[in-house]
Design a protein around this ligand. Sequence first.
Ligand SMILES: Nc1ncnc2c1ncn2[C@@H]1O[C@H](COP(=O)(O)OP(=O)(O)OP(=O)(O)O)[C@@H](O)[C@H]1O
Length: 252
Amino acid sequence: MTALQVRNLSKTYGEGHAALHNLSFEVKEGELLSIVGPSGCGKTTLLKCVAGLIPATRGEVSVHGREVTGVPDGLAVVFQDYGRSLFPWMKVGANIAFPLETSRLPKAEIRERVEHSLAAVGLEGKAERYPWQLSGGMQQRVAIARALAYRPQVLLMDEPFASVDAQTRSGLEDLTRRVHLEFGMTIMFVTHDIDESVYLADRLIVLRRSPGSVLAELVIELPRVRDQIATKSLPAFVRQRSEVAQHIKDAS
Ligand SMILES: Nc1ncnc2c1ncn2[C@@H]1O[C@H](COP(=O)(O)OP(=O)(O)OP(=O)(O)O)[C@@H](O)[C@H]1O
């Protein structure tokens, strides 16, 4: 089944700055789609249109068959800037519970979800800490836990690991793959990092810029369960990584 459909999407800012032109693609239920492209090709613009945060100029986006006109139910976003996405005056547990407070969920269910999602990201026992008492990588895991606690059907991730060190980044990539498989979640992952885009994806779309449009689409030929060292040594990874790099070079 199709979880997310983008049809002939164009976005022009102001009087005539075309950021996206005639983009069409779909993401199947339970699939992890990477969107990769050079800086300024419109990745963030695309994600904002899909999340219903800004209106499209032409074309349409639908999530589970419903046209997106505002932020759709069952959709969560993890942004790059974890420092600004968590409330510093709230403890970690309260940050995770916050989007659920307006739901009609019983308090006990909210507490259970907070604990479960903290455990899923390896932060058991950290609910009573403040975000500023945690490292950058841990804060980003809290942001992922907050999205998980909401139990979204579709998760959008916008360069979520761009501001953490390389080792933390690898751990967060593996965490993303794990929650994708464990929760059967549909994920659209936006990045300009070629290795990351291939390592994470079931399928991948390369965007060209000025204006952003689909340049290539690849089905990633890697096992479902991945490992940073073993998977990146596979001939399929090396070949597909080079293929994406070539597309991006052509697009720049
Ligand atoms: N609010 C805005 N008003 C006008 N132009 C904008 C606005 N937001 C983005 N743009 C322009 O649209 C184009 C696409 O920007 P966008 O941020 O979507 O690209 P990106 O691929 O996410 O970039 P990066 O990888 O550098 O984050 C750029 O040329 C940018 O300057």
